[in-house]
Design a protein around this ligand. Structure first.
Ligand code: ASP
Length: 295
């Protein structure tokens, strides 16, 4: 995104949303909660914030509906859950977790996922509850076409807890004007969301490119098998995605607790908090932060 398409009020709301998510995740970890609980809490907070392309405020499909994708992965146990094209669950990340914890499956999609949601007790809402005037305006502006270079806004969180367990979660409305049935990288384990005992990764960007690059798993494999530093692995994968015409970024954390927030776009909504590290947030590439890089 550029400063031109984020006015002062939207800028402030976005930063406040990021801070609220950091607070939610940090509160879980401060109470000795797990990394899994922390990323679930942070992403659920972002799903409720209309500034972001997930839950309320998600982008519109070509048909003017909202179809949501989400995933969560627990690195310590390698368990994962995901949902795609869900239309009624207020917190898709919680539904992804329910798939992980209450079914023998990893991913449920479409009507089956919506039907499963009814059995979970998770809050259900009408599809238009997710819609905001701003997203409707963007949809009209896009002429209901799919543009790989659209602004993103997918939300994600990665965390490491006191026991060293890693987790990642991602939630999104996808890309404005996506065709009916389209599923991006976010809910695909190993592409937009991945965690093992070495890394936790959540991606945002042109989903088709992240799918083809199997981005999250590729970053993890470079670290686990190749011994690459996490930051170098992430930049290698993003460089390959850029060479293929894609763009985006990742947030990641390694088993050593070192965070990596890196992106090839003009900005990425991002924030960081840790033991003894006060919460900080940033949006644009030129907001110099020691904890994030752009290239
Ligand atoms: N990667 C997401 C998708 O393609 C979009 C985003 O990051 O905003 O569905």
């Amino acid at each position: 995104m550029t400063r031109a398409n984020l006015d002062a009020a939207a800028d402030a709301a976005t930063r406040a949303g990021l801070r609220a998510a950091l607070d939610a995740g940090a509160a879980v970890l401060a109470g000795s909660g797990s990394a899994l609980d922390a990323v679930a809490a942070a992403v659920a907070t972002l799903e409720d914030a209309p500034s972001f392309n997930a839950g309320r405020g998600a982008v519109f499909t070509a048909d003017g509906t909202v179809e949501l994708d989400a995933a969560i992965m627990d690195g310590a146990s390698s368990r994962a859950g995901a949902v795609a094209r869900v239309t009624r669950t207020r917190h898709p990340v919680a539904l992804a977790r329910a798939v992980m914890e209450r079914t023998p499956h990893v991913m449920l999609a479409g009507v089956g996922a919506d039907a499963f949601a009814l059995t979970t007790g998770l809050e259900q809402v009408a599809n238009d509850w997710f819609m905001t005037d701003e997203r409707r305006r963007q949809w009209h502006e896009a002429g209901a076409t799919f543009d790989r270079a659209m602004k993103y806004g997918t939300v994600g969180a990665v965390a490491r807890d006191r026991e060293g367990r890693l987790a990642a979660a991602t939630s999104t409305g996808g890309v404005t004007g996506k065709k009916w049935g389209r599923i991006g990288d976010s809910p695909v384990i190993g592409a937009g969301t991945f965690a093992d005992d070495h890394v936790a990764v959540s991606a945002t960007g042109s989903g088709e490119d992240f799918l083809r690059a199997v981005a999250g798993h590729e970053i993890g494999a470079r670290v686990r098998l190749g011994g690459e530093p996490l930051g170098a692995a992430a930049r290698t994968v993003l460089t390959a995605i850029r060479a293929a015409g894609g763009a985006g970024g990742v947030i990641a954390i390694g088993r050593d607790g070192l965070p990596v927030l890196t992106f090839t776009t003009s900005g990425m909504y991002r924030g960081l908090v840790g033991d003894g590290v006060p919460a900080d947030v940033a949006i644009f590439a030129d907001e110099g932060r020691a904890w994030s890089t752009t290239f």
